[in-house]
Design a protein around this ligand. Structure first.
Ligand code: FCB
Length: 474
């Protein structure tokens, strides 16, 4: 190494300038939650029944036998949630609005008490200097609408657009940024395809129809919201995984491309480009979708923000007889090679980097926000009452570094939301999987920041971290 090089490198390393991970100015830092997972209060404020109430009260559907009747009791304790966000210095909070609080029967005028709850929450956030980022649908369809056909029924798209308009009319004087859906791919596949989530239907035809109706609903909702104000910034949060072939063979490479289409583009491509991904079209799929004249034009809308929910990667092998007609199989826990969280999900930070680069290149560099990213580890309070969840800190360090590399490579990412603020009702797992930056005691409902929550606060305060510094390890 020449003296000249040493002269320029060493001081930089010593001051940390070479290795520091710094996020863009005005970057948003926040946490995400979902109504059914935290609110409880299911019989309060005139709320109607949702498909998740019905599902969780059905014997055998939730691994722990629990329901979301109380969950984290955020319906009453939301000030505690806002206090946690403040303690960490978050400037964004992604929460969801429970449709059956607003329209208990899935139609008609908004329920005043339901609206009032979200006004109180939004006002508390604004008073704390935190941007509210509501998601209109995080999986709790009014049961009355399921009884009329649910997401496979086209009428649900109109009902959803009506609900969306009511929400923005009610809260639009104080909320500017919105997410329409949470993970259309997951709730249609789990809810109507394999039936392990509400409403518990396992039918490929119903699932395919549901995907198309959800796409229509998103387009209609976007337009209804846009009509209310040109100032709104409207996005949707999609579930993504970077798909990688499990071997060097070209058949696995093709299979990975098909899984990319089904998993990452089934909702995104019609929305941004007005077309379904072609390589996902197997015999019978277009008919099953029931695409009618004008549908694709109604679906296509210029979302202002693409919400990225990403946890892991997908390692893909070709498969000739999979029941879905994908010609591919994503290897589960046994096949993947990285470390696993307590849920068995592979920790693979590069997935976030790779996926963002690909979407940015394929879709003309849209604006992204990371709307969910996190991990489940069961760490509980030690004798000193502290929760030393060091694996969660390692997870966030890895994914945030990968995110930073994507931003350095030119991807336009405006914010990051950790999943999740506090341990909650994790759908079919009940409270058995803990994803929180805060520990929830499900007897007292008290919340305590874990070590990862304190670490996150430190990152937010510095708008980044130093990967080489001991102080930034935990
Ligand atoms: C996502 C969901 C979220 C939570 C996390 C762990 O798929 O959007 O509600 O369940 O997974």
């Amino acid at each position: 190494m020449s003296t000249g090089t040493r002269g320029s490198l060493v001081p930089a390393l010593e001051s940390g300038a070479m290795s520091r991970i710094a996020f863009p100015k005005a970057f948003r830092w926040g946490c995400a939650t979902a109504a059914y997972q935290i609110e409880g209060g299911v019989h309060e404020g005139g709320r109607g029944e949702s498909i998740w109430d019905r599902f969780s009260h059905t014997q055998g559907k939730i691994r722990t036998g629990e329901t979301g009747d109380i969950a984290c009791d955020s319906y009453h304790r939301f000030p505690d949630d806002v206090a946690l966000l403040r303690e960490m210095g978050c400037n964004s909070y992604r929460f969801s609005i429970s449709w059956p609080r607003i329209q208990p029967d899935g139609k008609g005028r908004p329920n005043r008490e339901g609206i009032a709850y979200y006004e109180r929450l939004v006002d508390a956030l604004l008073a704390a200097g935190i941007r509210p980022l509501p998601t209109l649908y995080h999986w709790d369809l009014p049961q009355a609408l399921e009884d009329r056909g649910g997401w496979p029924a086209r009428d649900t798209a109109h009902r959803f657009a009506e609900y969306a308009q009511q929400i923005v009319r009610s809260l639009g004087d104080r909320v500017r940024d919105w997410m329409i859906f949470n993970e259309p791919g997951i709730f249609t596949f789990f809810g109507y395809g394999i039936g392990i989530h509400a409403p518990g239907i396992a039918n490929r035809q119903a699932m395919l129809r549901a995907t198309h109706v959800v796409n229509l609903a998103q387009g209609e909702a976007f337009r209804a919201m846009r009509e209310e104000s040109g100032e709104f910034r409207i996005g949707s949060a999609f579930s993504f995984q970077a798909m990688e072939p499990a071997s060097d063979s070209s058949v696995d490479a093709d299979a990975a491309e098909r899984m990319h289409a089904w998993t990452n583009e089934w909702f995104l491509r019609p929305t941004l480009r007005g077309a379904y991904p072609e390589n996902a079209f197997e015999a019978g799929v277009p008919e099953a979708l029931d695409i009618r004249e004008g549908d694709l034009e109604r679906i296509q809308v210029p979302l202002d923000l693409i919400g990225v929910n990403l946890y892991s990667r997908g390692l893909v092998r070709a498969a000739s007889n999979d029941p879905w007609g994908w010609g591919a199989r994503v290897l589960g826990m046994g096949g993947s090679t990285g470390p696993k969280t307590d849920f068995g999900w592979e920790v693979w930070p590069d997935s976030l980097h790779d996926l963002l680069l690909r979407l940015s290149a394929d879709y003309d560099a849209p604006a992204f926000e990371i709307t969910e990213n996190g991990c489940s580890y069961a760490d509980a309070p030690g004798a000193d009452g502290k929760i030393a969840d060091l694996r969660r800190i390692a997870f966030f360090r890895g994914y945030l570094s990968a995110l930073h590399r994507a931003i350095e490579a030119g991807v336009d990412v405006r914010g990051y939301h950790a999943w999740t603020l506090l341990d909650n009702f994790e759908w079919a797992e009940g409270t058995g999987q803990r994803f929180g930056l805060a520990f929830t005691d499900f007897t007292s409902r008290d919340r305590t920041l874990k070590q990862s929550g304190h670490w996150f606060a430190h990152v937010i305060a510095q708008n980044g971290f130093d990967p080489d510094s001991e102080a930034d390890q935990a």
